[in-house]
Design a protein around this ligand. Structure first.
Ligand code: FPP
Length: 236
């Protein structure tokens, strides 16, 4: 889109569903439902900004600590999303991928994820990555385990390890790092999100609650991103 910078990969911490529900005197679950609508809208407009990869933090390894009622509502919303958006993803050439411990999710959800991932992997232009049962430290630990196994089996030697080699053991090694990470609802935290991948990302925090996040704000963030001086630790 003219005048706006090209951003290949945007990652988002979708925070504030609970606060939105409280503000509207509604149960927390209603905030998540409204937040899922924001996701629906986002996947409809993001392609026109040239964003090829969108990663959304939908359920963290820590989210299991929430009440059984809330966890089960989030799982139902996810199951509904996968079923309901399947066709939209196919029509809009969106490939679904997941980062996280898929097999730690309820079996019906994991089955549904594998099915939609397979169906959408054939003909696509954009990639929607849902971070599910995801933790940044868990990802690094899982990668370290896979690396140790490869060492034990003699496929690789510890001496050959460097950052590029280690990356191959992460969940989605082929996906470029996000240039931009957005967090809604004002908290200045990473919350265990993409710890490896966000090393050089620009971070934007907005006070907007996730259910109120919209295209106009996304556009403003992109404009602001275009003005940042990205040096990657170097100097011009
Ligand atoms: C944080 O809000 C949000 C989550 C833990 C879950 C994100 C889930 C959705 C946006 C809906 C489902 C997603 C998909 C892809 C269908 P919070 O509950 O921590 O908010 P609070 O900090 O205001 O309480």
């Amino acid at each position: 889109m003219s005048g706006l910078p090209q951003v290949q990969h945007v990652a988002i911490i979708m925070d504030g569903n609970g606060r939105w529900a409280k503000k509207h005197d509604l149960p927390r679950v209603e905030g998540h439902k409204k937040g899922a609508e924001t996701v629906e809208n986002l996947i409809n407009y993001i392609g026109k900004y040239g964003v090829k990869y969108l990663t959304l933090y939908a359920f963290s390894t820590e989210n299991w600590k929430r009440s059984e009622e809330e966890v089960s509502a989030l799982m139902s919303l996810l199951a509904f999303f996968l079923e309901d958006k399947r066709q939209q993803m196919l029509d809009n050439k969106i490939r679904l991928r997941v980062t996280g411990r898929i097999d730690g999710l309820p079996k019906e959800i994991a089955d549904s994820i594998y099915k939609v991932m397979e169906e959408t992997a054939k003909d696509y232009e954009y990639t929607l990555i849902l971070a599910l049962n995801y933790g940044g430290r868990a990802e690094i630990v899982d990668a370290a385990k896979k690396f140790a196994e490869a060492c034990i089996s003699g496929k690789i030697s510890p001496d050959s390890l460097d950052e590029a080699a280690f990356r191959q053991y992460l969940y989605l090694p082929d996906v470029p790092d996000p240039e931009l990470m957005i967090r809604t609802s004002g908290e200045l935290r990473l919350s265990n999100f993409l710890l490896w991948e966000l090393s050089y990302s620009e971070i934007f925090v907005t006070d907007t609650l996730w259910p109120d996040f919209n295209e106009e704000e996304f556009r403003r963030i992109l404009e602001n991103f275009g003005k940042r001086d990205r040096r990657f630790g170097g100097r011009k």
